[in-house]
Write a protein that binds this ligand. Structure first.
Ligand code: TMP
Length: 211
């Protein structure tokens, strides 16, 4: 299948949803079929699971139970929304995917990256994004930005700053381990500069000419 599945990853407050929207617009502007979606969520079942995961007390869930809920949501999302869209020839742009579980639960919550990657293989098999954009930012600044946004859903934002530093390091390590799939973009730049860096990466990696 042609490379059409793009994911955005990174810590809190890095401007992922803004950049997902801007990249989706760029695809639409070029006349290419595109679907924008997010995790946890996307499908009806996965959106219901999202409510359980992103609200409530920081320690509301046992970390393994939490991880299984992320993969339950992801399976529903992949089988009902993402795969059908890709098979219909659309580009799919997803705000977070399996790397978030490897990093937030595997590294941040210390379950181990290998443990989460084995669940990843059990559920997704070899199905992985073609391109992953990692929006990187100092966690202290990211949390300040996320706090200003103040829209609730802050169960993970409420984890201590060490957790968020571990998450940042986890994403950077992943990018180093998988350079063919992952691109790190400095999210502290102005929005337009971030957009430009993302477009350049997408054009180069997927052979497109988006503007
Ligand atoms: P969002 O703020 O990007 O919408 O994501 C919701 C929160 O869920 C965010 O704090 C990161 C967290 N999360 C995980 O911990 N593991 C995952 O697998 C995913 C997809 C999100």
């Amino acid at each position: 299948m042609t490379a059409r599945f793009i994911t955005f990853e990174g810590g809190e407050g890095g401007g992922k949803s803004t950049q997902v929207a801007l990249l989706t617009e760029a695809f639409a502007h070029a006349g290419l079929g595109v679907m924008k979606t997010r995790e946890p969520g996307g499908s009806a079942g996965a959106e219901a699971i999202r409510g359980l995961l992103v609200n409530g007390a920081v320690d509301a869930w046992d970390p393994v139970a939490e991880t299984l809920l992320f993969y339950a949501a992801r399976m529903d999302h992949v089988t009902r929304l993402i795969r059908p869209a890709l098979e219909a020839g659309q580009f799919v742009i997803c705000d977070r995917f399996t790397d978030s579980t490897v990093v937030y639960q595997g590294v941040g919550k210390k379950l181990g990256e290998g443990y989460v990657q084995s669940l990843q293989r059990l559920t997704l098999g070899s199905f992985m994004p073609d391109l992953t954009i990692i929006l990187d930012m100092d966690p202290a600044e990211g949390l300040r930005r996320a706090d200003r946004r103040g829209e609730g859903e802050n169960r993970f934002e409420s984890m201590d700053v060490d957790f968020h530093h571990a998450v940042r390091a986890g994403f950077l390590r992943l990018a180093k381990d998988e350079p063919a799939r992952c691109v790190v973009v400095d999210a502290a730049q102005p929005i337009d500069a971030v957009r430009g860096a993302i477009l350049a990466a997408v054009n180069e990696r997927l052979g497109l000419a988006l503007s």
